[in-house]
Write a protein that binds this ligand. Sequence first.
Ligand code: FAQ
Length: 320
Amino acid sequence: MNETTRDVVELGQWFDAYVADEKKIEPKDWMPDAYRKTLVRQISQHAHSEVIGMQPEGNWITRAPTLRRKAGLLAKVQDEAGHGLYLYSAAETLGVSRGQMDDGLLSGKDKYSSIFNYPTPTWADIGAIGWLVDGAAITNQIPLCRCSYGPYARAMIRVCKEESFHQRQGYEIMLRLSHGTAEQKRMAQDALNRWWWPAVMMFGPSDKDSAHSAQSMAWRIKRVSNDDLRQRFVDMTVKQADYLGLTMPDPDLKWNEERGHYDIGEIDWSDFWKVVKGNGPCNRQRLAHRQKAHDDGEWVRDAALAHANKRVARATRDAA
Ligand code: FAQ
């Protein structure tokens, strides 16, 4: 074993013990290359999801039924932009630039959550997204507050607080619609029918097919497996649907006394992979819209950079 290899082995042992002791890894700490790469992949995908995730709901800001609903939705969509920023900043601490991440998204190389490739044809979709999509996001993100990487874990604490407000505003929309006129109840049921399975799939492939889970759990990046998170979401959401008086679009859904959980029907994984690979109902539209926003924002980036360069030049001159 040469000196360098021995150092890496020792550092690796230090890293494993440190993480096992529930201590946080910070940007300047030593970390295995693969740990860094996994974090960059997951955090940047998460950031892209927040940013692309503004589009399905943004579609309804100008058409929200009341001023109160418009203000709530506007605040929610703005929050998602903020989540994207915290997450891009967390990923930058790992040595990747915002420009590299933008390129990854816009070139189609990087993934973002499958859930944001479905359309929002009615106002009830806004209720269903808040209730189901934010509900699933919180279920996934609460354990990430205990992630071994400090900047990601800390970003998640604030994100979860805001997602909790989002989930409630969505559920309240569903409550009003499902207790409203027959037409409103029909809209709420239709939205649930269309969003349920995509929300169940958001947690990613089942544990046996999840390429990264075992290593990510060993490194304490992920704290709960995809299937266990999915089960938590199902158990919580079935009761909420009962309270709304809506029917889950799954004839095989039933309480399993022995397991103490709900069983669900078979998930159509072919539909999930079709969407993940770029062929869902709105994939192309979402990326084209993001590309246009990026192009339109070029002058803002140029102006910010020119301002920053001017400040650096002034500080250098003053210091001389
Ligand atoms: N969509 O081995 P695993 C939100 C990919 S934020 C697309 O299990 P991993 C807030 C996965 O990347 C929603 N791709 O992977 C909001 C991998 O491909 P790769 C986003 C998916 O990383 C609400 C491959 O499949 N949340 O909703 C999906 O261990 C309303 C194999 O999968 C996060 O990103 C999917 N659903 O576990 C915003 C949370 N699932 O990279 C606006 C953080 C899997 O090898 C409005 N992320 N894939 O090419 C995570 O917890 C994890 O990354 C998982 C996937 C659980 C998503």
